[in-house]
Design a protein around this ligand. Sequence first.
Ligand code: ATP
Length: 435
Amino acid sequence: MRQERTLAKQLPCLVGEEVCLKGRVVSIREVGTVRFVDLVDRSGRTQLLLGDACPTPALQSLLNCYGVVKTSSKSLSGYEIHCHKVLVIAAPGIGESYNPEEINSPLKEGGPSLENQLDRKHLSLRSSAQQSITRISSEVIHAAGSFLRSRDFVEIKTPKLVSAGAEGGSGMFEVKYFDKLMYLSQSPQLFKQTMAASPLERVFEIAPVFRFEKHATSRHLNEFTGVDVEFAYPDGLEAVIQMEIDLLYAIREHLLQNCSSELEYLGAKLPNLDNIPMLSLDEAKELLTGEKPSRRKPAKELTPAEEKHLCQWARETYGSDAIVVHSYPAATRPFYLMPYEDNPRRSMSFDLLLRGVEMSSGGIRVHDPDVLEFNLKRKGLETSDFGFYPEVFQYGCPPHGGFGIGLERLVQKFLGFENIREACLFVRDRQRLAP
Ligand code: ATP
């Protein structure tokens, strides 16, 4: 008897042959005296026709099935297995029959809440929807890496235990590190800039980011995955923005080509990224309020409601699901952003908003040690608190820029979810530390 495992996707080449399929029972149907079972493995779903000697398995049990491959006009794949032997390898053994599709049922009134579903994520992730989301996240990471490598970027991994933060220690989780106090990294900013200053010039990192923020919103997690990109010699702020737009395009194309069945299953319509409008913060505020910001009343950061309005405007006016807002006040943006030469109150910064929410932040960085010292002082920070970092500039650093995207926010917005938690495999927020 053939013991070697056959996958669902291999069946078309094996018609008439004896095979061994291994997988999970997702449906059982009895038509008269005939019993059909649907078995899934990582490559797809197969219909089994159970012979008289085979026991009827429980839903969600894990089987080794032995039988002959036949073509079948009645099965979805066009093939089925006529089984003569079935071994139950494992089965739900706690007396409770369960269905991952129900645990993960679409969020609706009267159904299980998102929090209830997250409590049982270790089981709901066996559902078709969760498999689709997880596969799509994985393909986003794959597409981002492929695109960036095609533009000469090198993937790096930087420490998540750090002694200082990109924002100077605020918003960071403390960690007892032997006899010292360290922090969980809130951004790879300082390391990625250090690498952009190296002869490699172009680097990216896809890694965990920790934020000590007491948020309870549909867009914040306390641990998320940062897609961080940094490169030397950009041709101005526009070139950094364009690099991000090209990256988002590449991700979108990759998903359309490789995840069509998952997107269809989730009913997801990917965002339109053509024709993305770009406004300065002042222009955006004027559009929102009808008032021109002035020296006396400078524009402040966008509120979440304003982000929503601007996206709506971009959609209605340009048919685009994204909008770029640039040139934020230097005072409200981090010290590592380069001020405009002719207007030092404004930083060479941008946010890309997608479907109502900020999805990334970026800009041109300071590479001049004197400007760095000035910026740090202006924010009441000490150069000496930043360890090795000032030396990166004192020893000569090329002009550089970059951006950071939140992976879960990207997946949330690409798939059109209300809440970022729907796009995160194992959520870490203020309340949730398990599963
Ligand atoms: P926000 O204004 O939404 O709090 P931020 O300005 O703090 O975000 P940045 O520090 O610029 O965000 O981080 C870059 C990107 O990382 C954001 O645009 C977002 O996609 C993602 N991000 C930031 N904070 C979080 C968070 N707490 N949870 C999930 N993703 C986040």
